[in-house]
Design a binder for this molecule. Structure first.
Ligand code: MN
Length: 332
């Protein structure tokens, strides 16, 4: 793996003019904020920059400056220009399969590919890697990259995008990688124009009334197991229909279970309307590996956050199976 540092990367950028920036499917705040900050930096230096991603920008990130420059990739769009770029930045991912559909276009391009990321276990596919698994976010790495350019001053657009990236990837400055350095970076971003009140308001306080009503249904259905360490939230089809909501309204529901005192594992089990699928979302603390639990249902993910979808199962049987598997894995 060819690792590159900030200064060598800046040198590489100096004499090139045509760039492509992309990031992973289901983009989050770190993905979009990092992409747009790098976009503003490069275009601020007079470069020609394309931005392409494979899924829509989530609604709560559409306020970010530069969102209108993002193209949505599909098999139908003209991608001839991909062959004209000289450098391709791949941000916040280290496994090319997370580029869904775009990966072949990128791999077959003659441009140099550069991964900037903070996830563990990178796969070998790019020409250069700028990876720091200790970093809070990819946004933190983009900040350091731009700061290494002594001829460039971070402007408001860049500051806002990087603030959004770090805010979201640190769970609002509370995840373990939130250290002194992160707060010093944040202070510098505020100094350069990021507005913490506005950005938080845009990202977190734009829930629909119906979504909160659906969450209320979920809260009233909570169940505890295994000495109050395992909490289960169940949502049935009628909960969605009666609140006029759908699958996409479930964001952050399972996370909220982890705020309950003593909870080690939280699971959301939801009967998705207009489908024959049951969605399972898992969160945990410490070494309770919900990835192992998700794999029992043909899903996957991380140690403390994972998911699965069960087709054609009944809610009752998936639920009893879930409780059985959880007991077998953790509470024998
Ligand atoms: Mn990230």
């Amino acid at each position: 793996m060819n690792n590159i540092d900030f200064n060598s990367l800046l040198n590489l950028v100096q004499d090139k003019n045509n760039y492509l920036i992309t990031t992973h499917l289901n983009p989050d705040g770190d993905a979009i904020g990092s992409v747009l900050a790098l976009y503003h930096y490069l275009s601020g230096k007079g470069k020609n920059v394309y931005v392409v991603i494979t899924d829509d920008v989530p609604d709560n990130l559409k306020f970010l400056d530069g969102v209108d420059k993002i193209q949505l990739f599909s098999e139908n769009i003209d991608t001839q220009w991909i062959d004209s770029v000289e450098l391709i930045f791949i941000l916040d991912l280290n496994d090319i399969t997370r580029l869904r559909g775009l990966e072949n276009k990128i791999l077959s391009s003659n441009a140099k590919k550069i991964v900037i990321d903070h996830h563990l276990n990178p796969k070998e596919f790019a020409d250069y890697y700028l990876i720091d698994t200790e970093a809070s976010s990819t946004g933190e790495l983009i900040y350091k990259l731009i700061k290494n350019d002594k001829n460039f001053q971070i402007n408001k657009n860049i500051a806002e995008n990087l603030y959004a990236a770090i805010l979201t990837d640190t769970g609002s400055f509370r995840f373990p990688r939130t250290d002194e350095e992160v707060h010093l970076i944040i202070a510098d971003l505020i100094k350069n124009g990021a507005d913490p009140v506005k950005i938080y308001e845009e990202i977190y306080n734009k829930n629909s009334f119906n979504k909160i009503r659906l969450l209320g249904r979920g809260y009233s259905n909570l169940e505890l197991f295994f000495d109050n360490t395992f909490c289960l939230m169940t949502l049935k089809k009628e909960d969605f229909l009666e609140t006029n909501t759908n699958n996409s309204d479930l964001e952050n529901f399972v996370e909220s279970l982890m705020a309950i005192d003593g909870i080690k594992i939280g699971v959301l089990i939801a009967e998705i309307p207009d489908s024959n699928e049951i969605k399972l979302s898992f969160r945990s603390k410490d070494n309770y590996s919900v990835r192992d639990l998700a794999m029992k249902f043909n899903g996957g993910g991380h140690l403390n956050a994972s998911g699965a979808r069960v087709k054609n199962g009944s809610l009752a049987s998936v639920k009893s199976n879930l409780i059985y598997e959880t007991k077998k894995l953790f509470f024998r």
